[in-house]
Design a protein around this ligand. Sequence first.
Ligand SMILES: Nc1ncnc2c1ncn2[C@@H]1O[C@H](COP(=O)(O)OP(=O)(O)OP(=O)(O)O)[C@@H](O)[C@H]1O
Length: 261
Amino acid sequence: MSDYLHQKGGLLLSTLTESARSSSVEIDGLRRSFGERAVLDGISLRIGRGELFGLLGPSGSGKTTLIKLVTGIDRADAGEVRLLGEKMPKLAMLQRFGYMAQSDALYNELTARENLLFFASLYRLSGRKRQERIEAVMALVDLTPHLNKPVAAYSGGMKRRLSLAISLLHEPELLILDEPTVGIDPALRQSIWKELAALRDGGTTIILTTHVMDEADKCDRIALLRDGRLTAVGSPDALKAESGTQTIEDAFIALGGGAQR
Ligand SMILES: Nc1ncnc2c1ncn2[C@@H]1O[C@H](COP(=O)(O)OP(=O)(O)OP(=O)(O)O)[C@@H](O)[C@H]1O
């Protein structure tokens, strides 16, 4: 009997470690209400390591609320989030993921370089490595000539690009991006998507929200959030097949992605 329990325990443990190893993001039974309204009404989801995962939903469906719970910025009323096997919220996890909020969290009175230096110190980057990373991320978002400008003089799109650069600064193994390409020109948007795909190919897990359907099509899997629940989760092709549609936009509408109730 004890052998049996030992074996069963071992099996359970190895299943749990396997799932922790293969999932970057584990969300279980997440609920969040504002007043009477349940914005998230029992969300459960697994996002695998090295997956590029898109979160879609009509405006007001709770995408940002979910992202804030995943990062640990906001607390759920019920349910649990684990990032890279660690229960959130956990301060030490800030080193391990990159986060780009929907509204830019930048110091306007400082230059871009000073903003990057501030975040580099939070991520304990210093010396040559810090310099290399600052140069690399500013080149990536096409802001190198504007490194020494105060952020107050940046346009909205430039601020978005700087926020993206900051989220990438410490080469995190997990990237959480809330509408990363809003206000960014098509050419630069394409190069940012190439970089996101390259990061994913290198093993980085990426979760992002988007309203842009051709971006959703580039994700490995997408989830559709509506009325507090995930109404569909799968690869773009699987969701098109499931809804009998040819485009992700039609699939989005067919699967209940129209305006919120
Ligand atoms: N702190 C808060 N207090 C009260 N209501 C909130 C709060 N944060 C979000 N909400 C409400 O929760 C709902 C979901 O908001 P959320 O920003 O998560 O939606 P979203 O899907 O990200 O929308 P969008 O696509 O327009 O960015 C909205 O009705 C919003 O007004």
